[in-house]
Design a protein around this ligand. Structure first.
Ligand code: FAD
Length: 440
């Protein structure tokens, strides 16, 4: 069937197979000469695409064990984060790290070593993973952790499914006392102001900035900074306090079909950014966890607004010292191209080493969306040069077009990763369009 990632680019005809339970996973692995795992297809590009065999894990989704004292959870890799939240938030538990959508599987969270709004303090998801069960190329199932098969563990965390099929994940949930978030919104006048305010508010657990990347000149990098903390019961109003772990059900909207590509043009983006930045209210608010962590999940299929050709997300990270100048250059280049992004997100990463190909490094990450067209591809090549010159790298889970040379310049752990893939036999069996494009 025709398959794509969330960006709808590239689209490929893939043979899709599916499995539930370890015996079925093993059977597929040994039967297929070439395959890749696929969770819920939320990686933007071609990470979960293999023409010969794309193995969907969604039915492999049982919870295996949970310790109510420590929060230690073991679950099968196809469990959706959305289902986990539905079960555990009302019981007072929350994931240690969550990406900006809950429509992902645990296997996908490990394979991309996802980060959230708390990376500066908590690190990425795999920093909280105790161990994994991995199906290797020869069908053997091994446990990997920092102490057991440590080399495979480091290659699998952020390894984009290229070391084997993750069968289960053991990690620790964090206790929460309410389902509400105390949000503080700050307005920042420029990129320099944003970076100063992000630095000054590092003690907040959650922090993320939305940038208006169409504004130029003195306004370049103006943004809204959203800070958040899990609220305590005494911060809730009396009505909310009667059931502090419950929140109202949200109405979901759906983009009914792929919109014509002219709907998103420079004028509509500029107007959107103007309205968003001009009308947002700085100050305090108490909002439920769904609105704070997953605002985009309220609009189902929002990727369709970019039309049939799809879109590209460009997410880079620049290391600490080079961040300010590099980010300025990136934003200048985007403003010059007039291709501005509907969503542009700025976040500080902390110093929390991850797996061989984990994306985060101490510094700042910027994520922007562009419609998939020749002008965007040309702009992204220019942005690549700026990122590479400043010692940065791009996020594999968002990528659909970088070159192998760009990957090599950004990822120090690449040769370790490749050696580990050779040693375990994974290089001969697990591959994806992304892996072939990037010569992984
Ligand atoms: C709206 C939106 C917001 C996002 N926000 C963030 C964010 O804030 N931070 C962030 O880090 N990411 C973010 N992402 C990216 C997303 O979290 C990752 O791409 C994640 O990997 C998707 O999980 P999935 O289950 O859909 O995996 P897929 O997209 O299906 O697969 C992604 C990768 O995981 C591998 N994989 C999946 N399951 C397994 C398995 N069982 N064994 C081995 N490999 C496996 C695949 O082979 C592939 O390489 C966002 C994506 C969207 C659409």
């Amino acid at each position: 069937m025709k398959l794509a990632g969330w960006g709808n680019y590239p689209q490929m005809d893939c043979r899709v197979i599916s499995a539930a339970g370890v015996p079925e996973l093993r059977r597929h692995v040994t039967a297929e000469p070439s395959l890749i795992a696929r969770g819920n297809g939320r990686a933007y590009g071609d990470a979960a695409l293999n023409r010969d065999a794309t193995l969907v894990t969604r039915r492999h989704d049982h919870i295996i064990a949970f310790d109510t004292e420590t929060g230690l959870l073991t679950a099968e890799s196809g469990l959706m984060l959305a289902d986990l939240l539905e079960i555990f938030v009302p019981r007072g538990w929350f994931p240690p790290v969550t990406p900006g959508t809950r429509l992902v599987t645990l296997g996908g969270m490990v394979a991309s070593d996802v980060h959230g709004k708390n990376h500066h303090g908590a690190g990425s998801f795999c920093n909280h993973v105790d161990s994994l069960e991995l199906v290797l190329a020869d069908g053997r199932v091994v446990t990997c952790s920092r102490l057991q098969n440590a080399e495979l563990f480091a290659a699998t965390c952020g390894g984009m499914g290229l070391t084997g099929i993750i069968a289960s994940v053991t990690f620790r949930l964090q206790p929460i006392r309410t389902a509400w978030i105390r949000q503080q919104t700050l307005r920042c006048a420029s990129l320099a102001d944003a970076m100063a305010q992000i630095e000054a508010t590092r003690h907040w657990t959650y922090s993320v900035a939305w940038i208006d990347c169409l504004s130029g000149g003195a306004d370049a990098g103006r943004c809204l900074l959203y800070l958040g903390e899990h609220a305590e019961p005494d911060e809730l109003d009396p009505q909310q306090r009667t059931a502090p772990l419950a929140v109202p059900k949200r109405r979901l909207l759906r983009v009914p079909f792929a919109l014509p590509s002219w709907v998103l043009n420079g004028y509509s983006l500029r107007a959107f950014n103007e309205i968003y930045y001009g009308t947002a209210r700085p100050g305090r608010a108490l909002i439920d966890w769904q609105r704070y962590f997953y605002p985009l999940d309220a609009i189902l299929d929002w990727n369709c607004i970019y039309g049939r050709n799809g879109f590209l997300q460009y997410q880079c990270v620049l290391p600490g010292a080079a961040s300010a100048i590099g980010l300025q250059q990136l934003l200048r280049q985007v403003a010059l191209a007039g291709l501005g992004s509907f969503l542009a997100v700025l976040k500080q990463f902390g110093d929390h080493p991850g797996g061989d190909l984990s994306f985060p490094m101490a510094g700042y990450t910027l994520a922007m969306d562009f419609p998939q067209r020749p002008q965007s591809l040309a702009l992204l090549n220019e942005l690549d040069a700026i990122v590479a010159d400043h010692g940065g790298r791009l996020y594999l889970a968002k990528d659909a077009r970088m070159t192998a040379a760009m990957l090599r310049r950004g990822y120090d752990g690449l040769s370790r990763f490749q050696a580990s893939r050779q040693r375990s036999g994974a290089a001969q069996r697990f591959t994806s369009n992304l892996a072939e494009r990037l010569e992984l």
